[in-house]
Ligand binder design. Sequence first.
Ligand code: NI
Length: 395
Amino acid sequence: MTLVKEETFQQQLVAIRRHLHTHPELSYEEVETTASIRTWLTDAEIRIANYPLRTGVVAEVGGINGGPVIAIRADIDALPIHEETGLPFASRFPGKMHACGHDFHTAAILGTAFLLKEKEKELLGTVRFIFQPAEEKAKGALQIIASGALEDVEAIFGMHNKPDLPVGTVGIKSGAIMAAADGFIVEVEGRGSHAAVPEAGIDPIVISAHIVTALQSIVSRNVSALESAVVSVTRLNSGTAWNVIPEKALFDGTLRTFDERVRSRVRQRFEKIVHSVADAFEAKAKVSWIEGPHPVVNDSEWAALASRTAESVGLRVIEPLPSPAGEDFAFYLKKTPGLFVFFGTEGTKEWHHPAFDVDERALSLSASFFAALALDALKRLISKSQPIAKAGDEQ
Ligand code: NI
């Protein structure tokens, strides 16, 4: 698809978003999506930066006279969900859908690149656009970091659409805005026996039931009322027949926390409960962790600056509640200060729902917001790098 010059900016972004929406690709498979993004950037004469990535694109605007580098990131992958929106531009690929609005993020941030390209001569540094693959697997950010695309970046910005916020609203929050999302797998090993002779065995089903129940005490008894955590067991498998006590049971699930200290305390209690309860029943237990992203922790200075920018472009700023979902933008923020915001795209369905949709009016609003934020952020970095004259210095 090529951009038609006469189209308004908003119409261009709608066309891009709908093209992506119709052709969703899963994590690590974003080949056509990558090709389309490259074409749209190249058509706008935006330079593609050369980083070793199989899928995903890094592009740059500005930097003609040096200056600091900032980054703006959009994620580009879709989900293994069968779309049920009934939209005329719904997914053409059964079982694949942009059900988290990454099509919206990609179109909006392309819009930011187009806007900044027009102001390239005014830019006091480089704006690097990161179109990141595999966010849904929480690994794409690590690929981008490994490619070196974050090495010289002094601040990084990103967003997630938010269906429960009205169009025209941006949610900006200092500190944690999204959760650490760790996974666990627990294996309880007992001893199999005839179901009629339980005393000859060690029943892993009864033991798992005790463990799952005891795990509920972590949030209620070990986490302060002023902090929060989630412990969810989402699957429990054991046994093959009604008259056999099995040897093993397996359960898995997820922990969500917003603070590294709470995260490590919850994990420590989890391990202790699993092993101690299993031990009390003379069984063995093994805990395996699926390390998820850290909490997404925003920088307070960038949050304050972005709030002023948002108001200057006519957006309403609210302080959102943090989301217990995970987001691999956290890996960037561990390396570089920055800000992750929620952008209002009012809709009736939450992320990952088969009828999820965004209000497209938010496309040009978010594109303009990030363009203004890039200009303000570069100004801030330049002014910070100027030496501050001390009182009494010769002028
Ligand atoms: Ni998402």
